[in-house]
Design a protein around this ligand. Structure first.
Ligand code: HEC
Ligand code: HEC
Ligand code: HEC
Ligand code: HEC
Ligand code: HEC
Length: 199
């Protein structure tokens, strides 16, 4: 009994300190949308909502209609969801506060990363465990360059692009080097040249 209580305590403390070091500020939103519920719990794929992430530079935030696919039928009386219902009734989109936001002088493009085997997780972290969304990485130039210099350390087979908690089936760098060839990923000299991101 004592040991069990101790283990529970130790786990909670460790878990919390880990949480504290990794988490930037979770963003308060008008509607407390939880990826932990919708991805981790229900198991929705990212592309169910972020439909343009593979085809455009921008990953869209889903329209209220997407939420109503389910919430016109479940949790109908939840007060938490009233802003969602109001948005649908009045045909006005919900205002979501941005979480990740690069300065305007940096060019970024989602589709190219997705199509070359860079998983959402590599940049956004374990979104499936976020009750409110936070920015996982610094998004500073050094952080981008760290991968542009050594993409083989990060790329994964395309079929796992939205997988959370991905584990490579073998040595990452070996698989990575193979994928860099297969996906025709540019030379690090080009990928780190200023005009790639500042144009
Ligand atoms: C049911 C719809 C839904 C699904 C599924 C979903 N998201 Fe989201 N996502 C949202 C909504 C709504 C927001 C805006 C609110 C917020 O920031 O939490 C959002 C915001 C985000 C943001 C922050 C956007 C910003 O402002 O910078 C990221 C990153 C993100 N989602 C990644 C993912 C990833 C990765 C997955 C799959 C593992 C995923 N989402 C699955 C609906 C969804
Ligand atoms: C595929 C179905 C589905 C879609 C699409 C969906 N949800 Fe949900 N949502 C659920 C389910 C199921 C729950 C209950 C989850 C639980 O408690 O584990 C839930 C719970 C919630 C809650 C918590 C409600 C409360 O009273 O605590 C909020 C807030 C929410 N969803 C917002 C949204 C928003 C915003 C969108 C659109 C971006 C959305 N959902 C899209 C199925 C969905
Ligand atoms: C190479 C890193 C990287 C990968 C991979 C990546 N993102 Fe992002 N994401 C970013 C950055 C950087 C921003 C901020 C962009 C800006 O401010 O212009 C962002 C912003 C977003 C946004 C807010 C809307 C936008 O486009 O600015 C959403 C939603 C999002 N990402 C979802 C996803 C999903 C879902 C995936 C996987 C299918 C994914 N991202 C993969 C780096 C990445
Ligand atoms: C985890 C790895 C990773 C991270 C982090 C990353 N990238 Fe990339 N990036 C890549 C790969 C791989 C490519 C694909 C190169 C290719 O097309 O051959 C790429 C391509 C690009 C391209 C397109 C290059 C072209 O020639 O069109 C831009 C722009 C870019 N990244 C900007 C950024 C910015 C800005 C950041 C940081 C906010 C960032 N990337 C973070 C891996 C990454
Ligand atoms: C892979 C993408 C990428 C490449 C390549 C890149 N940068 Fe950046 N750069 C960024 C990002 C992202 C920021 C914004 C950092 C922030 O928000 O703090 C930035 C910011 C800057 C800034 C503003 C000051 C600062 O540090 O925030 C300068 C100046 C700059 N870059 C110059 C360069 C030069 C010169 C090169 C070529 C040697 C270069 N960059 C190559 C992504 C890149």
């Amino acid at each position: 009994m004592f040991i069990l209580a101790f283990l529970t305590w130790a786990f909670t403390v460790l878990d919390r300190s880990n949480y504290n070091t990794r988490a930037a500020q979770p963003r308060e939103q008008l509607v407390p949308f939880s990826h932990a519920h919708h991805v981790g719990g229900i198991g929705l794929d990212c592309r169910y909502c972020h439909t343009t992430v593979e085809t455009s530079s921008f990953a869209n935030i889903p329209p209220t209609k997407t939420c109503m696919n389910c919430h016109s039928q479940i949790w109908l009386t939840s007060p938490t969801l009233e802003p969602v219902r109001a948005s649908f009734r009045e045909n006005k989109s919900l205002d979501w506060i941005r979480v990740n936001d690069l300065p305007d002088f940096v060019y970024f493009n989602h589709s190219i990363h997705i199509n070359k085997g860079v998983g959402c997780e590599s940049c956004h972290g374990r979104v499936d465990k976020m009750p409110l969304t936070w920015q996982e990485n610094s998004l500073q130039m050094e952080w981008c360059l760290n991968c542009h210099r050594y993409p083989e350390k990060f790329v994964r087979p395309r079929e796992f692009i939205t997988t959370m908690g991905y584990q490579p089936a073998g040595d990452q760098e070996e698989i990575g080097r193979r994928l860099v060839k297969e996906y025709n990923i540019q030379d690090p000299r080009l990928l780190t040249s200023c005009s790639t991101c500042h144009r």
